[in-house]
Design a protein around this ligand. Structure first.
Ligand code: HEC
Length: 113
């Protein structure tokens, strides 16, 4: 009995594992979830929250386009503060893994390409 069910058991375990692997969020999904509210799906920052918070236009070649990968990474991970130390943008180091942030750097980069 067990012998003939074993292949099916294995197959269903594999199916479950594949489903979990596919469920890891992509950069596009992370951007929509964590960033688009302020920076907009198009990166221009023209959402209600974007205008209110003063979110930067991520399509600006002379602005965001000039940031290095390391600067983009640090901004996403640690957020931004003004000269008085007041938070301008929260950091996402607690919500996103280093790999997810690296993927987001590439995703943000597309806006100035
Ligand atoms: C609550 C609104 C808000 C959210 C959510 C938000 N940001 Fe920001 N972001 C800002 C603000 C405000 C600034 C400008 C900070 C400053 O003045 O230095 C900024 C700046 C940036 C910059 C620097 C751009 C430049 O030209 O210097 C990058 C890159 C960036 N955000 C990416 C992201 C990414 C990626 C996410 C999602 C993981 C995100 N932001 C989520 C509000 C937000």
């Amino acid at each position: 009995m067990l012998r003939c069910h074993a292949p099916f058991l294995l197959l269903s375990l594999l199916t479950v594992a594949t489903a979990f692997a596919a469920a890891a969020p992509t950069a596009a999904q992370n951007y929509e979830k964590h960033c688009a509210g302020c920076h907009g799906t198009d990166g221009k920052g023209q959402t209600r929250l974007g205008r209110k918070s003063g979110a930067k236009n991520l399509t600006d070649k002379a602005g965001a386009g000039k940031l290095t990968d390391a600067e983009l990474f640090r901004t996403i991970q640690a957020g931004r503060r003004d000269d008085q130390g007041r938070e301008r943008m929260e950091g996402f180091g607690n919500d996103l893994s280093a790999a997810e942030i690296t993927d987001l750097v590439a995703y943000v980069r597309r806006f100035t390409k």
